[in-house]
Design a protein around this ligand. Structure first.
Ligand code: TYD
Length: 207
């Protein structure tokens, strides 16, 4: 039996989810909540090494299948090594990206198929699912504009372009529709504070 609560953050690149993660971390700290924060891919020694391979711009030969399996491998490691033990100890687990990223990026945008990826997601996590997933929804154009303003260097996945990001977004919209309430869609074109109020409101009484 898992006693903790598992919360994940999702959206296309530049959707603002990392800012919201930071705000929620500060909020939980201020309220003396017992939590951990991790990110995918990564969060373990093995996972961070897989992350380097995945995001390296030099790895132009990587096939979609290899990419998907590497994400799943990193996920299997962090689930077993970090997430499950923390949940068993009753902690709140915040995760910046989890298996919905694979469904949206590899399943939808890379064309591997959402159902196919769903099967691998279950294999990697041993059936563990987030309790609540925030999907920060923004158009690819708007996200690009934001990233441009921040002047961040693109990684291998971000290099895939605007059409790719819009496909990822459609993947998330589809996931949210079929999630039976697990995925909470938030209009990420709104202001940072306004978005955080929705996050807090959703978690009220649950954390
Ligand atoms: P990262 O720098 O963590 O991006 P962000 O700050 O947007 O989360 O890079 C992760 C990249 O990997 C991002 O472009 C999304 C992508 N990704 C997938 O394609 N599939 C996955 O399963 C995961 C977890 C991430």
């Amino acid at each position: 039996m898992m006693k903790g609560i598992f919360i994940t953050f999702e959206g296309i690149d530049g959707c603002g989810k990392s800012t919201q993660c930071e705000m929620l971390k500060d909020y939980l700290k201020a309220n003396n909540k017992d939590f951990i924060f991790v990110r995918e891919p990564g969060g373990t020694v093995i996972g961070e090494r897989i992350r380097e391979i995945l995001l390296d711009k030099k790895n132009t030969q990587m096939t979609p299948r290899t990419e998907l399996l590497l994400f799943e491998a990193a996920r299997a490691q962090i689930t077993e090594e970090v997430i499950k033990p923390a949940l068993e100890q009753g902690k709140i687990v915040l995760c910046d990206r989890f298996f919905d990223s694979s469904s949206a990026y590899q399943g939808m945008a890379r064309g591997m198929g959402m159902d196919f990826v769903a099967g691998l997601n279950m294999a990697a996590t041993g059936g563990l699912k987030p309790d609540i997933t925030f999907f920060f929804d923004i158009t690819a154009e708007e996200a690009l504009e934001r990233r441009g303003k921040r002047g961040e260097a693109s990684d291998r996945i971000e290099l895939a372009g605007l059409k790719f990001q819009e496909d990822v977004r459609q993947g998330y919209i589809e996931l949210a529709k079929n999630s039976e309430g697990r995925v909470v869609t938030i209009d990420a074109s709104k202001g940072i504070e306004e978005i955080f109020e929705v996050v807090k409101g959703t978690l009220k009484g649950k954390i």
